[in-house]
Write a protein that binds this ligand. Structure first.
Ligand SMILES: Nc1ncnc2c1ncn2[C@@H]1O[C@H](COP(=O)(O)OP(=O)(O)OP(=O)(O)O)[C@@H](O)[C@H]1O
Ligand SMILES: Cc1ncc(COP(=O)(O)O)c(N)n1
Length: 275
């Protein structure tokens, strides 16, 4: 039988997220895969932990055994292959060490976006207190881009709480990533993110209007996954950051009230005719 329907266009870019599951569907693996779908790439996942989580906070979480983390990674990378990797919640020093070893086995040139997740939007911890040094020393050197929010940049740099974001970026650039993106969502005023290349002195600002919307669960995961997706599609880092921020801002503006607390960003905002 013949058909006049066009051949399906296969997604050409393969993007892997190594992160935790958010049962509420707003952050973590779930946000990552929705973002990848919305940006037109093929999303794949390595689960590092399972969280019991909703709009009110993280009620509990369970790290997966490191063998499960390695097994998922090998299954995906050895057969399907990857064009970019994003890491999110890596709950323990043992998991961080395992993931750092796995990243070392990637083919040269595969971009890695490290979102150094330490806590949820509600302040509930998602990283063991003794694992910060492992994150800085073992993972940051593998990052093409590391995307801390302000509290994470303070924690990872060891600098005082009110250190200017540009100085935080410079301190983290010394820890080995190619680029540092210090996100400004936790400050009042326009949410300006600062991008600093390892060889540069002055960061590039990326700004947007602050959306007056408290439903911002998953913003960090969404930005990092969009960034990894755009890098997989061939953007350079500043272009990928601009496009990822544009996608994330739209998702925040359209974010909706689910549950009694902080609702999720809307990953499908570009498909809503009224937006
Ligand atoms: N109200 C807002 N309006 C517009 N953009 C925002 C807003 N809040 C955060 N952003 C942007 O969203 C992105 C994620 O930043 P944020 O600092 O919230 O990350 P995060 O802290 O990792 O996320 P989370 O707190 O959910 O873990 C950044 O580009 C930031 O500038
Ligand atoms: C499993 C998991 N991973 C990450 C986050 C942080 O979320 P955000 O994207 O808002 O930074 C989260 N709340 N849960």
């Amino acid at each position: 039988m013949t058909t006049s329907a066009p051949e399906p266009v296969l997604p050409t870019a393969r993007v892997l997220t190594v992160a935790g599951s958010d049962s509420g569907g707003g952050a973590g693996i779930q946000a990552d895969l929705k973002t990848m779908l919305a940006l037109g790439v093929h999303g794949m996942s390595v689960l590092t932990a399972v969280t019991a989580q909703n709009s009110l906070g993280v009620q509990d979480y369970w790290p997966l055994p490191v063998e499960a983390v390695s097994g998922q990674f090998r299954s995906v990378v050895d057969d399907i292959g990857v064009d970019a990797v994003k890491t999110g919640m890596l709950p323990t020093a043992e998991v961080i060490e395992t993931v750092a070893g796995l990243l070392q086995t990637l083919p040269p040139g595969v971009p890695v976006v490290v979102d150094p997740v330490c806590a949820s939007k509600h302040g509930d911890p998602l990283l063991a207190a003794d694992a910060v040094a492992a994150l800085r020393e073992l993972l940051l050197p593998h990052a093409t881009v590391v995307t801390p929010n302000l509290p994470e940049a303070v924690l990872l740099s060891g600098l005082p709480e009110y250190t200017p974001p540009a100085e935080l970026a410079r301190a983290l650039a010394g820890a080995g990533p190619g680029w540092v993106l210090v996100k400004g969502g936790h400050r009042s005023g326009p949410p300006t993110d600062l991008l600093l290349g390892a060889d540069a002195d002055e960061p590039l600002p990326f700004t947007a209007e602050r959306a007056d919307n408290r439903h911002t669960h998953g913003t960090g995961c969404t930005l990092a996954s969009a960034l990894a997706s755009r890098l997989a599609l061939g953007d350079d880092v500043p272009t990928a950051v601009a496009r990822a921020k544009d996608y994330t801002t739209g998702g925040i503006v359209a974010g909706f009230a689910l549950g009694a607390g902080i609702g999720p960003v809307d990953h499908l905002w570009r498909l809503r005719p009224h937006l």
